[in-house]
Ligand binder design. Structure first.
Ligand SMILES: [Mg+2]
Length: 132
């Protein structure tokens, strides 16, 4: 275990989804700090400043959408290596394939299946722990 507390940034415009995520983290990932941003633009600022270990990025956002936000993250020196999980209510196989192709580390569909989601986050954070 590292000395530092790992940080996850959740970019989400829906306050209810944000509240649910805080609840989920508190209950299932209590040793992880959850940071929040309500737009892609704000998410980019937060990512640059906070250097989270993982970003969970809503696809449907006002302003920059999830794909555009991911593209910006990938262009920046300080954020290009951070794994990014897509989260969306769109659950077609074509959506999932598109997200993989864009470079997302994974694709979570809403509503979130808590156990599977928690395992994915833990897996990505464990990989990250090994690298940092
Ligand atoms: Mg949204």
């Amino acid at each position: 275990m590292g000395e530092h507390m790992q940080k996850v940034l959740y970019v989400e415009d829906n306050p209810l989804n944000m509240a649910l995520m805080h609840h989920l983290f508190k209950k299932n990932l209590p040793f992880v700090m959850l940071l929040e941003a309500e737009t892609g633009e704000r998410g980019l600022e937060m990512a640059e400043r906070q250097r989270p270990d993982l970003i969970i990025l809503d696809i449907g956002l006002p302003g920059l959408n999830g794909y555009e936000t991911l593209a910006c993250l990938r262009r920046e020196e300080n954020t290009h290596q951070i794994p990014v999980l897509a989260i969306s209510a769109f659950a077609q196989l074509s959506d999932i394939a598109k997200a993989r192709q864009a470079g997302f580390a994974g694709y979570i569909t809403k509503p979130i299946r808590v156990r599977a989601f928690t395992e994915i986050v833990q897996g990505l954070l464990a990989e990250r722990e090994g690298q940092v």
